[in-house]
Design a binder for this molecule. Structure first.
Ligand SMILES: [Mg+2]
Length: 387
């Protein structure tokens, strides 16, 4: 079942010894809550629990095991940490709950764009361009986060259809601004790519237009520099769905955007395109997920000493994409588990050469069984009297 296991016994033993004293104080909670404070799991979704529209049976069983259906009778808290997006956290929770038969709350969901909420304090009242997703859904999500002045590429095409003449006029329910806004008089303060582009060509045109226009106002003359900051939510080059081979992800759009910027400025002294990235494998995603897990721990045992909790809690990350799930988890100090149901397709017995996981298993049910048994041993060593 387990194809590869990287030994980190020395590191783990040191950490365990360091946590023993802390947990004796920390565990002023019922014994039933012990695993819920000391262990947590973050699942990727696509390629792990589902494949596109197909729900993986192993995913159903895995979440059932974490809800206490294991031989130890222990519940383990979890979050879903995905580079997907384009829907609200509540909508994603409802969708995955119904597909996997386990109740999941919005507070357990980290989408690629969830931590973009941290940008609200800077841009919440300023005009931002939100890119990606279908209709105007990402604009609505941005508004729910607290961005109050949001426009989309569809709004710009509706303003000047000649801006991108290769599409029909957007339907009114695809717009996020009333028709009539003169965008040349409304500069953008930032560009936020929330989700995969549903029209690569249009979004390459619109975003490069804004970023190289005077004052970042569409329709104004081009200048040889970037005129607004760019934030993008997910650099996955490919992702896994029900199609038998990996598909282009948002990272493919980034490649095109960089190449287009370079081509447009070839032979000039214009600086490279600058941008900030969200999504796995970037640390911002893992800090955000740890914040959600802290709140879950708080609800379990009234836990408030999150600094101590974080030092002693072990978080497992289960994913199918070494370059995103495993790289990010390893960098965050989490224990990574790679499954074979998605992007990773190495032969049996292999691990990813660039971003090796702590364990490689066939599917998510194997991952959860491995986690439960690993934790049973670790926690028995740490606090024999508490288990
Ligand atoms: Mg995946």
């Amino acid at each position: 079942m387990y194809c590869a296991l990287r030994s980190s016994a020395g590191r783990a033993a040191t950490a365990t010894l360091g946590c023993q004293a802390s947990f004796r104080r920390l565990l002023q909670t019922p014994a039933s809550a012990d695993w819920q404070l000391q262990t947590a799991v973050a699942f990727d979704i696509d390629g792990v629990l589902v494949k596109g529209k197909q729900t993986l049976e192993a995913g159903r069983r895995a979440l059932s095991i974490l809800s206490g259906n294991n031989k130890h009778g222990k519940r383990i808290p979890f979050v879903l940490l995905t580079n997907g997006g384009g829907v609200s956290e509540a909508a994603k929770a409802a969708d995955i709950s119904s597909r996997l038969g386990v109740e999941i709350h919005a507070s357990q969901i980290v989408l690629a764009h969830s931590p973009m909420q941290s940008l609200v304090h800077r841009y919440g009242s300023q005009h931002v361009l939100v890119v990606g997703g279908i209709k105007n859904r990402c604009a609505e999500i941005a508004r729910s986060y607290g961005f109050t002045n949001v426009s989309t590429p569809n709004d710009l095409v509706a303003w000047k259809p000649s801006l991108w003449p290769f599409m029909r006029a957007p339907a009114s329910d695809h717009l996020s601004q009333p028709v009539g806004r003169d965008f040349s008089e409304h500069p953008f303060a930032a560009v936020l790519v929330f989700h995969d582009s549903f029209d690569f060509g249009r979004d390459l045109q619109v975003v490069t237009d804004v970023l190289r226009s005077q004052d970042a106002a569409a329709g104004r003359p081009f200048v040889r520099r970037q005129t607004a900051p760019l934030f993008m939510s997910n650099e996955d080059l490919v992702f896994s769905n029900e199609y038998p081979l990996p598909r282009f992800g948002q990272g493919a759009y980034h490649v095109c955007l960089r190449a287009m910027w370079q081509a447009l400025h070839a032979g000039t002294d214009a600086p490279q395109l600058e941008y900030s990235l969200f999504g796995k494998p970037h640390p911002v995603q893992y800090r955000y997920a740890e914040g959600l897990l802290d709140r879950i721990a708080g609800s379990v045992g009234g836990m408030t000493d999150f600094e101590r909790l974080r030092r002693c809690r072990r978080i497992y990350a289960v994913g199918d994409n070494p370059a995103a799930d495993i790289k990010g988890a390893n960098a965050a100090g989490w224990t990574s588990v790679l499954v074979r149901t998605g992007v990773f397709a190495g032969p049996p017995g292999s691990n990813d050469a660039v971003n090796p996981a702590a364990a490689v298993v066939d599917h998510v049910e194997d991952a959860v069984n491995w986690i439960v048994e690993t934790e049973a041993r670790r926690l028995a060593e740490m606090e024999p009297s508490q288990q």
